[in-house]
Ligand binder design. Structure first.
Ligand code: MN3
Length: 228
């Protein structure tokens, strides 16, 4: 009897373990409660954005791993730099997973947001003249992106700051034509799903209010790592 149970357990493990092992990419929980960014970003938007939109990118990316053995063992970040070797589904969902994982970390609850470090502020002043001017350029990138996409503050390969934007779920790490490449240190999702419940068509109001929840501690850390 004991032997029979053990062989049942072994058979179950043989069926279940490969299924678990196949989930190469995983959805981490939000790094704060879903209502932690209120009133600027509302709880329901965060729940749907993370629990449905981001989750779908992760599931759809995992579904592609059986089509592309080369995906196995690639980190999410490494995948971005080799995205041209894959199909549209990997590009959209691999980009979607990376962009959202980053986006959640770049926002924080009140009291945990910090402010730009002296080093970051010096680099912003050198590139744009002032923090205010950088914000203006970033806002223009966010508002000027027709349809769905992202605005970015990046560290370029020559270690300078630049503002750029990408369509859909593309990002500045991707080896694609038309992308200004660099290490992202700040990112804003301007897909309607990021703001429509609270702001409807008022993307400008969403962008203005979003600056209130930026996690400068994370931006500072990413800047320091990128210029090292
Ligand atoms: Mn989104």
């Amino acid at each position: 009897m004991k032997r029979a149970l053990l062989s049942v357990a072994a058979a179950l493990a043989a069926v279940c373990l490969p299924a678990l092992a196949a989930a190469q990419f995983t959805l981490a929980p939000l790094p704060y409660p879903a209502d932690a960014l209120e009133p600027h970003i509302d709880r329901l938007t965060m729940e749907i954005h993370h629990g449905r939109h981001h989750a779908a990118y992760v599931n759809n990316l995992n579904a592609q791993t059986k089509n592309f053995p080369d995906l196995a063992g690639l980190s999410l970040e490494a995948l971005q730099g080799r995205i041209s070797a894959f199909n549209e589904a990997v590009r959209n969902n691999g980009g979607g997973h990376y962009n959202h994982e980053l986006f959640w970390k770049l926002m924080a609850p009140e009291g945990q947001r910090g402010k730009p470090s002296a080093a970051l502020e010096a680099a912003i002043n050198a590139a744009f003249g002032s923090l205010e001017e950088m914000r203006k350029r970033f806002d223009a990138a966010a508002l000027g992106r027709f349809g769905s996409g992202w605005a970015w503050l990046i560290v370029t390969p020559d270690k300078k700051l630049a503002v750029t934007s990408t369509p859909n779920q593309d990002n500045p790490l991707m080896d694609l034509p038309g992308i200004q490449r660099g290490a992202p240190i700040l990112a804003l999702d301007v897909w309607e799903h990021a703001y429509y419940l609270k702001y409807q068509n008022k993307r400008a109001e969403y962008v203005t209010n979003w600056w209130n929840v930026v996690n400068w501690n994370e931006v500072n850390a990413r800047f320091a790592a990128a210029v090292k």
